[in-house]
Ligand binder design. Structure first.
Ligand SMILES: *Cc1c(COP(=O)(O)O)cnc(C)c1O
Length: 426
């Protein structure tokens, strides 16, 4: 072996995986089992007491899922990861380790519509209060900090318009406030942006999107950067205080720079229960092997489609950070030099009716609520994913009535442009 560190594409294929020690199987097997036999009573007791690592029960961990966790941790440059059932499950598990009832977290206003719902309604019922800030105005994050603030949550490439967030600037605000920065890296994937390199303390993903990549399996993951000191000021008791569930051990003291990932597993996943099925872990692992190839193609196609739309007379504006005159182009050059992703919006001169009509006329683009599929997808956010917001909030979050969102797939770009051409001229 050379002492060269493996590159991103090599890690995407190999990180975390070995030939199966019993059978020699080269692809990672699906360990479709609920539970694992203990060697003896002492082994069982040490696993339950967190004195030894090993498999107990698939709700807490599974060998197929473990390969996925190691692979994504390697791709993101984190110390450890935890796979869960969905992107939303990842968000619940992360915040459960950080917030007590009555606490606050600051979130960027430009987010996946489902996250806006989850933060506004479901989390409120847990006593976790979201405070919104504007990712285009860093000072709005500073102003939102209070003594009860426990975290800041942003997307690297933000829904729905594919805008680029200044991760380093917001990380500076988080450092000053003494709270971790959580980055939802779903739309970028680590191929385009590695938030930990820019100061993120925790990265979350919906694996359902570009990492799985084929629109066939739900999953989520939490990556621990290992950078945050949880012991200061008693602010994070789940990590710094003795845990009664585990004979009084303190997770930060015992597990150091992967304590957060451990907390998510042994307090969050164990007790809340959103485990990822090993079958889905296998599907997502297979998807990740081609992530660099797919992601580059997604970006190249998206840029071609954005350029075509920008020159079309029926189109009022295109919001794609990969276009040289876009508001986010400077940030895109800095954070995502390989490409500005494949999800973006454009607005039609004909407004709401034109948006609804376009969506119904497209044939190759599927009209559905998802992103990050091999197939090209289209949706009209104002009537679907962002319909719960009032008109002003729709516009603020980038989902005004005239806006159409695309997730550009890996088909031939000429065919995608031809489909848009027939739908726009109809
Ligand atoms: C889809 C998505 C989520 C939620 O993930 P699920 O796997 O659907 O639960 C969160 N954030 C972003 C950016 C997403 O695109």
């Amino acid at each position: 072996m050379s002492d060269r560190l493996p590159g991103f594409s090599t890690l995407a294929v190999h990180a975390g995986a070995q030939p199966d020690p019993t059978t020699g199987a080269r692809a990672t097997p699906i360990y479709q089992t609920t539970s694992f036999v203990f060697n003896d009573a002492d082994h069982a007791a040490s696993l339950f007491g967190l004195q030894a690592f090993g498999n107990i029960y698939t709700r807490i961990g599974n060998p197929t899922n473990a390969v996925l966790e190691e692979r994504v941790a390697a791709l993101e440059g984190g110390t450890a990861a935890l796979a869960v059932a969905s992107g939303h499950a990842a968000q619940v598990v992360v915040l459960q380790q950080l917030l007590q009832p009555g606490d606050e977290f600051i979130a960027a206003r430009k987010l996946y519509g489902g996250s806006i719902n989850q933060f506004t309604h479901a989390f409120k019922s847990f006593g976790w209060n979201v405070v919104w800030a504007d990712p285009d105005d860093i000072s709005s994050f500073e102003r939102a900090v209070t003594p009860r603030t426990k975290a800041i949550f942003i997307e690297s490439i933000a829904n729905p318009a594919g805008s680029i967030t200044d991760i380093e600037a917001i990380s500076t605000v988080a450092r000053k406030a003494g709270v971790p920065l959580i980055v939802d890296n779903t739309l970028a994937s680590p191929y385009l942006i590695r938030p930990i390199d820019h100061g993120a303390d925790i990265v979350v993903h919906s694996l359902t999107k570009f990492l799985g990549g084929h629109g066939n399996s739900l999953g989520g993951i939490i990556v621990d950067a290992g950078t945050f000191d949880w012991s200061t000021g008693g602010k994070y008791p789940m990590l710094s205080e003795p845990r009664p569930e585990y004979h009084g051990i303190r997770l930060q003291e015992t597990f150091g720079n992967f304590a957060f990932a451990i907390a998510c597993r042994v307090l969050g996943l164990r007790d809340l229960g959103p485990a990822l099925s090993p079958f889905n872990a296998f599907m997502i692992l297979t998807g990740i092997e081609t992530l660099p190839l797919r992601m580059q193609r997604h970006c190249d196609n998206a840029k071609a489609v954005a350029e075509y739309l920008a020159g079309h007379p029926a189109v009022a504006s295109v919001s794609y950070a990969g276009l040289p005159n876009d508001k986010y182009n400077q940030l895109a050059r800095k954070y995502a030099p390989k490409g500005a992703g494949a999800v973006f919006t454009f607005s039609l001169k004909g407004g709401y009716d034109a948006g609804v009509s376009l969506v119904s006329k497209l044939q190759l683009f599927s009209h559905l609520a998802n992103v990050g599929d091999t197939r090209s997808l289209v949706i009209h956010p104002a009537s679907t994913t962002h319909s719960q917001l009032d008109d002003a909030a729709k516009v603020k979050s980038g989902a005004g009535p005239d806006v159409v969102r695309l997730s550009v797939g890996i088909e031939d770009k000429e065919d995608l442009i031809a489909d848009l051409e027939q739908a726009l001229s109809a």
